[in-house]
Design a protein around this ligand. Structure first.
Ligand code: 5GP
Ligand code: MN
Length: 349
């Protein structure tokens, strides 16, 4: 049975199916966030983990490590990082009866776990808020009209059990609601605030979570940001585009850790002249690109069409294989010139 839906709430069929799995104590449940997981992916995964572990054998397997600023999330250390422990990850995937695909909607976003998940006979339930879902799953909760996968996960858990969201689950969900909206600036809807109000009623400490996530960077990360803005940022004024690029050598000099570049791409958007901002990072085996834009500029079109990527209209990402950093920058500039109608013909700006 394949159940797809574009509603914010799970259908009765999905709820009945999940409760059937939950009632069998022998069920093995697996939760998989996307590669390079962010606050929304980890928050939703851990919220679902905290609920289901009370009933069944439940694991979270990460395609790659999460950033240090999320390590305080209760039980985050129990996540299995497939990069560090591939054999354990493989065994868990092979033995699972239900796999949650969290905060991503395409198989390649499961990173190195893609083929193991494809080969698994487990039922798969995707919970995600990105456009154009293309993950072959049995059940799908996919809706772009929400702030985050944590928002969808709140609705999902509430539908399974009205008491599912306790204080710990609420803390996890708040992380995704807060990070995916840039602390409630982008992509917020009336329901987002209704849910936040419920989470606050459950006793979460909003200020403390904000501090742990946004005020917890290393000094080297702050210096890398300064260096990037001063020495590695170019603004193409006629296109309203800012491009920031960091080489492996730049990152090494500032002792780069996973998550350190989180938020960099948003900074240049604060300039009035900048309507789109792009961050390019040289990684070991690929070049990673992050795209952000203002108002109606569909920057995800560039990510999808030219950099095998995806994401939302104003926040997207992609990658480039087989090219150097400099070649990628040249390709990007060429593409931006070709697609300048997307970047400049915007009546709102
Ligand atoms: P970020 O720039 O913060 O890494 O990602 C912004 C948005 O784009 C997120 O919604 C993220 O899931 C999506 N995204 C980032 N990189 C990729 C990618 O390589 N492929 C796809 N399909 N989506 C991406
Ligand atoms: Mn998300």
């Amino acid at each position: 049975m394949n159940i797809k839906q574009t509603n914010k709430y799970p259908t009765k069929k999905i709820v009945d199916f999940i409760n059937h799995i939950r009632e069998n104590k022998k069920s093995n449940i697996l939760i998989v966030p996307h590669v390079n997981p962010d606050g929304d992916a980890i928050g939703a995964s851990m919220a679902i983990y905290h609920f289901f572990r009370k009933y069944c054998n439940t694991n979270v397997v990460l395609p790659s490590a999460f950033p240090d600023f999320l390590s305080w999330i209760p039980n985050a250390q129990k996540c299995i990082n497939a990069k560090k422990d591939p054999q354990k990850a493989k065994k868990i995937i092979e033995n699972s009866d239900l796999i949650f695909i969290i905060d991503h909607n395409a198989p390649d976003r499961s990173g190195d776990l893609e083929s193991l998940i494809a080969d698994s006979n487990a039922n798969k339930l995707m919970i995600d808020h990105h456009p154009n879902p293309q993950y072959p799953v049995n059940y799908e909760i996919s809706c772009t009209q929400v702030s985050s996968t944590c928002e969808l996960s709140y609705n999902f858990l509430q539908s399974i059990d009205v008491n599912a969201v306790d204080k710990t689950v609420a803390e996890c969900l708040y992380v995704g609601l807060m990070t995916d909206t840039g602390n409630f600036v982008h992509n917020v809807h009336p329901d987002t605030f209704r849910i936040v109000s419920e989470l606050i009623d459950l006793g979460i400490d909003r200020d403390n979570i904000y501090d742990k996530v946004f005020n917890n960077f290393s000094l080297e990360r702050m210096q890398l940001l300064g260096f990037a803005l001063l020495n590695r940022t170019e603004v193409i004024k006629e296109l309203g585009v800012s491009i920031t690029s960091l080489s492996k050598e730049d990152l090494r000099k500032f002792n780069f850790q996973v998550g350190d570049s989180e938020g960099f791409v948003n900074v240049m958007l604060s300039a009035a002249e900048v309507k789109s901002s792009i961050l390019i990072l040289e990684k070991d085996h690929e070049i990673k690109l992050s795209f952000r834009s203002k108002a109606e500029i569909p920057i995800n079109t560039i990510a999808v069409k030219y950099f095998s990527g995806g994401g939302h209209r104003n926040a997207a990402g992609g990658s480039q294989q087989g090219m150097s950093l400099d070649e990628t920058i040249l390709k990007l500039k060429k593409v931006l010139n070709e697609e300048q109608h997307l970047l400049t013909n915007n009546p709102i700006l």
